[in-house]
Every structure is written in structure tokens, then in C-alpha cells.
Design a protein around this ligand. Sequence first.
Ligand code: AHR
Length: 502
Amino acid sequence: MITLYINENKKMGHINPEIYGHFSEHLGRCIYEGLYVGENSEIPNVNGMRTDVVEALKELKVPVLRWPGGCFADEYHWKDGVGPKDKRKKMVNTNWGGVTEDNSFGTHEFFELCEQLGCKTYVNGNVGSGTVQEMSEWVEYMTLDGVSPMADWRRENGREKPWKVDYFGVGNENWGCGGNMTPDYYAHLYRRYQTYIRCYDKNAPIFKICGGANADDYEWTDVVLRECFRNPAPPEAHGFMDGLSVHYYAGVEKGIHKGSATDFDEAVWFNTLARALYIEEVLTRHSAIMDTYDPEKKIGMMVDEWGCWHDVEPGTNPGFLYQQNTMRDALTAGVSLNIFNKHCDRIKMACIAQIVNVLQSVILTEGKKMLLTPTYHVFHMYKHHQDAELVESWLEGAGKIGLKEQEMVPDVQESVSVDKDGVLTITLNNLSPEEERQMEVVLTKKEPSRIEAKIVRGRMQSYNTFEEPEQVKEEAFTQIQVTDRGLSFTMPACSVMMIRVK
Ligand code: AHR
């Protein structure tokens, strides 16, 4: 028996909705085909955005969308993507398959998409191959209400009022595809570039994100904070940044062959989940460095790329990073989101990579068809954590499972929050591919008036196809007994659960 204790009277921090964020890049079929099909497409769309995908994403309450990259961001020249579409310059997408990018999805289209989704906007600027002036003028184009060359040009292009840029990223992976910079060099560029991200409307501040480390590169975090946060820290501001990004993919560590997305055995199952859970150590160690510079936690950690990175589907363009999504991905999402919740004192945003048709997507498309992946269903169940308060919770009786000593994982993992209406959301993962677990939940408040539970379950390798799109789906879970101490139930093997208790 595993017992989950919940002390709902002890609040541990606010779960920023943006922890449930998404990332969209000009990569493969993410933007084109996945999100945007153009006004003249036979696929039903509103202003070019495909209706089926937008409607499904609205169900997730997508809180924020990051765009245009990724590696693409540091080669993107925004001026090529505004104005009449037939006059927009074409370019080669050198990072992703060498395909022609026709720039038909640009700044105006991005904001249209975010308006349809009702989400916040996260625009990622170009440091690697762009100038300070180019970045500064983009911000002016997007956010200035007054008279200026850029604001006037925006109006000529059909948008009278400025948009709200909630988050602005100053470069992406500048240790790699964003310019192969050293941390010192990037830090000094960051200080300069961010100076010209002007805030034209004091009521609409732009949250500046400094480019962060690759996974466990702790030196990067230390150097950029030393140079950009504390040195010097103007008293009224957070140094020069509001957030620092970090990227972590389960599957691209050195020396590890990524492997098939769907064809894997139990050893690979545990290896992937162990690597997914390693993100907690990575985030804890980056947090500890952030604490030395910023003990008051003024700046946020933005995990703006995370997820599983497998081999592409056989027969697809290797540069398009199109991969299937099984229960292994669902469990990776479940444990990662629980970890982000538990570190919500520092983590203010996390964007899964990527929203449609690339890496660990929540949606896959094929022509007119669309399917929801197991990861989608996890995000759908977990959405109740958005904007809630994390509460103290812990497990007793949970064990470690696995096939190798260095790849042992917890059998059950959890996080719990309470929303403004006093409803608890409990999210649980059973990482055992074969064994169910007897669970007991001890609640502070006995005799709940309402219990609602959902589950996503399957075999390790279960996934949805366009022929059978509902192999894995969210289902009601009704086998919960109310006891003197709280709740009791059997949690099926290989499952992600969500219980709401009032
Ligand atoms: O998400 C795919 C790529 O992974 C992004 O473009 C880059 O930032 C990261 O390396």
C-alpha cells in the first residue's frame, strides 16, 4: 500500500499557468500544416489557422506560446515576414531540412494565432545573426502605439493597435545553434541587446528572458548571472533580466542513441523515465546557483524547451523531427509537470517542445486528419493545476523500480494543488509498466462532497494513429472508495491519473 498524505493547509507556492506552456518553431510541419494552412486551404481555417487544431488546443487552456524558434530564431529576420504575402522574401531554413521558408507565417499571423488561442505571447529574438537595431525595431513594430517608422509600418500592414508582447527571449541556445558563443561573450551581448528592448507602455511590461544553459551546463548559468544579474544590479530592477531559460530533452544526452519512438523494451522504458526524472536534479542545481545571486527569487527559471527526443518516424524527413508519442511520453509529461509544480517557487514557465508535429507534440496532423497524443491527454488532465497553489504532499510506502541500479525510478510520483474554489487537484503517475499499485490518500478535510477522477492508461508502447486515434485517451476513473482517512483505490499499471476533490 502506498499512502499519499496531503496537507492542504500548507501552501508551498503559486503554480504559474505558464508552466503549462508550449513551443512552436518554423521546423518541419509545426507551423506550416500543423497550425497554419493559409486562408485558401481546403482544411477548415480561420484566417489561415486550422480550426480543428486551434479548437483542440483551446481545451488545454494553452497559457503561452513561444515562437519562432528554437534554432530558427537566430536566423529569422522578422522584416521578411510582414507585408503583402506575395512580396515576402523566401529563405532557406538551414537548421531544419534545408527547405524553403516562404515567410507566409510572420509576426501578424503569430499574434492572430495567440488571439485565437487566448494565450500569452512569447517572441524569441535573433542575437546569433541579427543586429541590435533589428531586434529593437521588432519590439517597436509590435508594441509602440505612437508615431514612428515601425509603428507606422505596422499600421500600413493592417494592424492599427500594438500587440502585447508578454515575454521576449534574447536569443536561443547561444551556446550552440544560436552562435556557438562562450557564456562570457553571450552575457556581454545580452546586456547590450536587452538595453534596446524598450517598454513603450508601462502598463504592458515585457518580461525579458536571458538565454540559458543546455541541460546540466551549470557554468553557463553561473557566468550569465554573474555578468547580467548582479553586476551591477540596479536597485529598482532585476539586474538586466526577468527570467533565465534552460533547455532539457530526455533523449539527446551525449553517447545515447535516441531510439525508436514506438518500438522499445522495458529496459528502454526505465532508461527514458530515469532520464526524464533527472530534470529534477538539473533544475535543482541551476536553482541553487540562481539562489546565490538572487536569494529573493526575483527572476524566474523558464524551462522553455523540454520533452522526449526520439528518432523520427521511418520514412520522414530527418530534419523535420516528426515522432510518434506513446504512454512512455505520457509518463514523461506526467512526471515532468509534477516536478515543475513542486519547484514552482523558481520555475515560472515551461514550454513543451513542440506543440504540433515536432518532437513530443500534443497534436499530430496528416493532411486533413488530426490526432491527440497521449501527451495531450496528460496536459488536459493537469490543466487544473494552472494558477492554483501547490500544497504540501508526500508519499509513504512508495518504492523504486527498474532493471539497472543507476536507472531506478519511483514506482509512483505525485503533486497536489488547491484552486481558488478550494478544489484539490491530485496528479499521480504509476511508472510500473506491468504492476498496479494499491493507493490510499489521506486528506485533511474528511468527507469530500465531490470526487472526479480521470485516467490515461495503456501498455508501454500504446499510441494513437490516424486509423485508430483513440487507442489512448482520457477516461473517467470511477473505482475510488471514500474511507475514514480519505480515499482508496487501485492505480492501474502504466498510467497517469488526475483526481479532483472538493
Ligand atoms: O526543439 C528543437 C530544437 O532543439 C530547437 O530548435 C533548439 O532550440 C533545440 O536544440
